[in-house]
Design a protein around this ligand. Structure first.
Ligand code: ADP
Length: 472
């Protein structure tokens, strides 16, 4: 999928969600308004009906003496009937007014025809009551009744009038909803497009950055927003890629260089021997040289293979108990033989009896690198000191010499592949600059670390810290 297609579908998804959220919010809002309106209208209708019954109550109060103790009254006075009719004729023609005696005898009825008995059922409390009554063919009536013995005053109102307000409201919502839907679709699509435009630009610029153009970066945004962060992240990633590309290039150059030197020497010597007509001595010398140089190349290739397989996680480090004091005693013996050729003395200053879990062969390889270096970079008459010191949680294996030392600006770099100090290059052509890289890998593969302190011209001390119980 091209970045454009991806962005387009993101735009569609954004638009969809934006619209969906907006429509749901609109529907919830309209529903809430509808319910609220319905309640308010009903409450005000009830209030109004009660007021009307009150009004009639006060009106008939005047006639009360006529009713007092006279349950057989048949009719209201004409004056009161007229006043009631006048009063309700002024408003909308949706009222029904019924006056009965508490005994149920009809005294007065106004308004449209109504079949249902709107008078409240039994009960004699002097109370007001509001209820809904279904009126066949007419719809629902909201009815308020007031008992004012000996009369019961009932006023009903056709709720279709209030329903029509709600129907109007629903019509408006019905018109507005599609309009809102359309507007949010268009607006959402537009806004998503605006928001995604910089993403398109980033994608286009990122596409121009290839393996050959890793020096290019995506221009930073003037604002420090999410996209600015994305650009920084991509740029940092490209930076890391560039660094590792450079590292690989340098590494290939170093490998080629390191292998080329011995090959050049061998080729030169062989050509010379051929040109001169090789004597038995020459042939002997050539054979020795060939052996030395091929051994050196084999060492380089071995170390490179070890490091490459270590990088790929293909080397399994054993986790067997290793008695470090025994190992150091062995290394001490080897070192003494090696150092003898260079007129150096080797001292085992401390050898705590301690066991760690690890790979004996690899640990021996590590110590040999340190000892070989100490011998290599120390002048005759110098001294090597080996020690194994057990701490509470780790063990420190140290190889110290009184050699040429390492300049402070090289201390960090000597563990890098192929790095050699200038002094080392002048002094010994044999080294490859891979020994300490392998040594560091072995220390770290055991959950430990390797460190160095050095005084140029006075000597160096390499210390390997190994945990007594390595992490799983
Ligand atoms: P090599 O010894 O083959 O050159 P290493 O990786 O073992 O490679 O060491 C890297 C560099 O570290 C050496 O070239 C040398 O400059 C420096 N170095 C290592 N050990 C010592 C030491 N004991 N004294 C002085 N310099 C050292």
């Amino acid at each position: 999928m091209s970045p454009m297609n991806g962005a387009r579908s993101v735009r569609a998804i954004l638009t969809f969600w934006y619209t969906a959220v907006l429509v749901v919010a609109f529907a919830v809002f309209a529903g809430a308004v509808y319910l609220y309106l319905e309640r308010v209208l009903l409450a005000s209708l009830d209030q109004n009906l009660l007021e009307e019954t009150d009004w009639i109550g006060r009106l008939v109060e005047v006639d009360r003496t006529r009713f007092a103790g006279n349950a057989s009254v048949e009719k209201l006075s004409e004056d009161i009937e007229r006043r009631i009719m006048d009063h309700f004729a002024r408003g909308p023609r949706n009222y029904v007014v019924i006056l009965t005696t508490t005994g149920g005898k009809l005294l007065y009825r106004s308004g449209g025809p109504t079949a249902a008995d709107l008078a409240p059922g039994g009960g004699s409390a002097d109370t007001s009551l509001v209820r809904s009554v279904e009126e066949p063919g007419r719809g629902a009536l909201r009815v308020a009744s007031r008992r004012a013995p000996p009369l019961v005053i009932t006023v009903g109102y056709d709720v279709r009038a209030t329903s029509s307000v709600l129907e109007h409201f629903l019509t408006v919502v019905g018109i507005l909803l599609p309009a809102a839907l359309f507007m949010s679709l268009a607006g959402g699509y537009f806004m998503a497009g605006v928001a995604l435009r910089p993403v398109h630009r980033i994608a286009q610029m990122a596409e121009r950055i290839t393996a050959d153009r890793l020096d290019l970066r995506i221009p930073a945004r003037p604002v420090n927003d999410e996209l600015g962060m994305l650009i920084r992240t991509i740029n940092t990633m490209i930076g890391r890629l560039e660094a590792s590309f450079l590292q690989i290039r340098e590494f290939s150059l170093s490998v080629a260089h390191e292998l080329r030197t011995p090959l050049t020497i061998l080729k030169g010597e062989a050509e010379l021997a051929l040109a001169r007509g090789a004597s038995a001595d020459d042939a002997q010398r050539l054979a020795v040289l060939t052996l030395e140089e091929t051994a050196r190349m084999a060492r380089i290739v071995d170390d490179l293979l070890t490091l490459a397989r270590a990088d790929a996680g293909q080397i399994i480090i054993e986790r067997a108990p290793v008695a470090l004091h025994g190992l150091l005693a062995e290394v001490h013996e080897d070192a003494t033989i090696l150092a003898g050729d260079h007129q150096l003395t080797v001292e085992l200053v401390r050898n705590d009896p301690v066991t760690v879990k690890g790979d004996r062969g690899r640990l021996r390889q590590l110590l040999r690198v340190l000892v070989a270096n100490a011998v290599q970079y120390t002048d005759p008459g110098g001294m090597l000191r080996l020690s194994c010191t057990a701490g509470a949680s780790d063990v420190a294996l140290a190889v110290e010499d009184t050699g040429i030392g390492i300049p402070s600006d090289s201390l960090e770099r000597i563990f890098e592949r192929f790095y050699r100090t200038d002094q080392a290059r002048e002094r010994a052509r044999g080294g490859s600059g891979l020994g300490l890289t392998v040594a560091r890998w072995i220390a770290e593969a055991h959950g430990g670390r390797i460190s160095v302190t050095s005084t140029p011209g006075a000597g160096s001390r390499f210390t390997v810290h190994l945990p007594r119980t390595p992490a799983a």
